[in-house]
Design a protein around this ligand. Structure first.
Ligand code: HEC
Length: 178
């Protein structure tokens, strides 16, 4: 027992012959490469490219060529989808009118709105479209259609005691002559 113990210590390494050494060195180079290749295959599994794969399918193609920003480009000749008065109000007008910033008529405040309401819808809409006092034209969003402004005015005025009917949607316009 006391004899074998030191003997074992001397041959501690499992590599005992030059051949084993060579095999070990070669394997230590090749194994990581194989593992990397396998991992790469694993990661790209399912992403097959070329004929027979679905990367050329209509869905995948549409996804690939889709505009990055995904802008909803509205066809000018198509029917325009108008925002509701509430949508316009929340997106554009609420910033000033909810709290009554800079003399803006406070939302829902019948007292503040009564004078403007008395002037009628057309007058109010016109004032918003061209701007009034510290209110920029169209509340600062020139992209809004006058009809959307009118809807927002109706929504706001009616929340403050007004009794306006929403104006009829404008007839779809023919594509503008260029
Ligand atoms: C930058 C702040 C601001 C924004 C944004 C804004 N308003 Fe105003 N608005 C005002 C102010 C200030 C007044 C009062 C103007 C005055 O009488 O001098 C006003 C007045 C009005 C009036 C009364 C007009 C009249 O005839 O007296 C209406 C209606 C109105 N706003 C609707 C809107 C609508 C609809 C929007 C969104 C599309 C909007 N506002 C966005 C500040 C704003």
């Amino acid at each position: 027992m006391s004899n074998t113990q030191p003997h074992e210590e001397e041959h501690h390494s499992p590599i005992k012959t030059p051949k084993q050494l060579i095999v070990t060195v070669v394997l230590s180079f090749i194994l990581p490469v194989i593992i990397i290749i396998l991992l790469a295959n694993l990661v790209t599994a399912g992403v097959t490219v070329g004929a027979g794969s679905d990367t050329l399918g209509p869905e995948a193609t549409a996804k690939r060529i889709a505009p990055i920003a995904r802008l909803d480009l509205v066809d000018a000749s198509g029917p325009k989808v108008y925002k509701t008065g509430e949508q316009v109000y929340k997106a554009v007008c609420a910033g000033c009118h909810t709290a009554g910033v800079a003399g803006a008529l406070k939302f829902g405040d019948a007292g503040a709105w009564s004078t403007a309401i008395g002037t009628g819808l057309a007058s109010m809409v016109a004032n918003v479209v061209k701007g009034k006092g510290s209110m920029p034209a169209k509340g600062g969003n020139p992209a809004l259609d006058d009809y959307e402004i009118a809807r927002a005015v109706v929504y706001m005025a009616n929340s403050a005691g007004g009794k306006f009917e929403e104006p009829a949607a404008p007839a779809p316009q023919a594509p503008a002559a260029k």
